[in-house]
Design a protein around this ligand. Structure first.
Ligand code: CUA
Length: 338
């Protein structure tokens, strides 16, 4: 009976492994494939070691067990140079076999593509508990949803605005720590085909660490160019004057819509995002418990951010239901065509 929850948990874990949008076991690009190759090499060697050690241990336990009536003390051995050399050299050789390709990959994958004109450069800044994505060469800044072109090198520079986080897209690449103290880490990755992939924070960073998700939307190159243009196009303010006033006073004092530069998530195109706050899934993706329309999720978020994401800097703003409805409706309408 006690095994049941454990088994159920394992089945859940394994079913998550089968999802191509978040599994390291189903690589969706060359970097993830290389990392998966390293995992396979390491696991193969570890399995062989475990099998050999268990086989020897099992053999010794059975072959040299105490037999009934046998009271004699076995031969006492204190050291055997030949054996000791063997069991020191074998692990060293195995570690070298694992180490050389691993070190090669680690340095290879940290290659800095920022000078490459064909690479898309993205500056990732981690915040408690959201992700900021800046495209310095394109003059675009967005949050929580990384849009990238397929088959293109994405060159990432990662830093943090507060504590230690780790940038991780399981099916595309990972992980890269974002360190406090001005340290910038670099990595690159590439997505083989279009699709939506899940990104996560992989370093314990506070009470909402597990909710610090983001999405990666891989689109074809023409769509990516259209997205960049749409991100920079002007946006009409809300028609309702009260909503426009509240938006300016309460929302745009921290957020920006379109123009890059605000310290908090850019709301441009948020009506077309997969999630609100990275965690309230907008589409009717049934595997998540908190699905709803963009507008419903925006309302849920604005009404009580702390309830959705404990510890978030987004305050609960004193708004009437009508004002929340108006803002949610306006923001849900900020959809980009690309
Ligand atoms: Cu950020 Cu965990």
């Amino acid at each position: 009976k006690r095994l049941m929850p454990l088994l159920a948990g394992m089945v859940l874990l394994l079913s998550a492994c089968g999802r191509a949008d978040l599994s390291t076991l189903k690589p969706q690009g060359p970097v993830a494939e290389e990392q998966f190759g390293l995992m396979k090499l390491t696991i193969t060697i570890m399995v062989i070691v475990v099998l050999v050690v268990f086989a020897i241990a099992g053999y010794v336990i059975i072959r040299y067990r105490r037999r009934p009536g046998d009271k004699s003390i076995p031969v006492q051995v204190e050291g055997n140079h030949k054996l000791e050399i063997i069991w020191t050299v074998i692990p060293i050789v195995l570690l070298i076999i694992i180490g050389i390709p691993t070190v090669n990959s680690v340095f290879g994958l940290a290659k800095d593509y920022t000078k490459d004109p064909n690479a898309v450069q993205i500056n990732v800044t981690a915040h408690q508990y959201w992700w900021e994505f800046e495209y310095p060469k394109l003059g675009v800044k967005t949050a929580q949803e990384l849009v990238i072109p397929e088959g293109t090198i994405i060159s990432v520079e990662g830093k943090t605005a507060d504590v230690l986080h780790s940038f991780w897209i399981p099916s595309l690449a990972g992980k890269m720590d974002t360190n406090p103290g001005g340290n910038v880490n670099t990595m690159y990755f590439k997505a083989d085909h279009t699709g939506v992939f899940l990104g996560k924070c992989a370093e314990l960073c506070g009470p909402s660490h597990s909710l610090m998700d983001f999405k990666v939307k891989v689109v074809d190159k023409a769509s990516f160019d259209r997205w960049v243009a749409a991100m920079k196009a002007p946006v009409a303010p809300p028609q309702d004057q009260e909503v426009a006033d509240v938006l300016n006073k309460q929302c745009l004092s921290c957020h920006a819509i379109g123009a890059s530069g605000a310290a908090f998530p850019n709301l441009m195109g948020i009506g077309g995002h997969q999630t609100i706050a990275g965690i309230l899934v907008n589409t009717d993706q049934a595997q998540y418990a908190n699905e709803g329309t963009v507008e419903e999720n925006l309302k849920k978020w604005i009404e009580d951010p702390q309830k959705v994401k404990p510890g978030t800097l987004m305050p609960k703003v004193d708004l009437t239901d009508k004002q929340i409805d108006g803002i949610a409706k306006y923001l849900a309408g900020l959809k980009l065509d690309y």
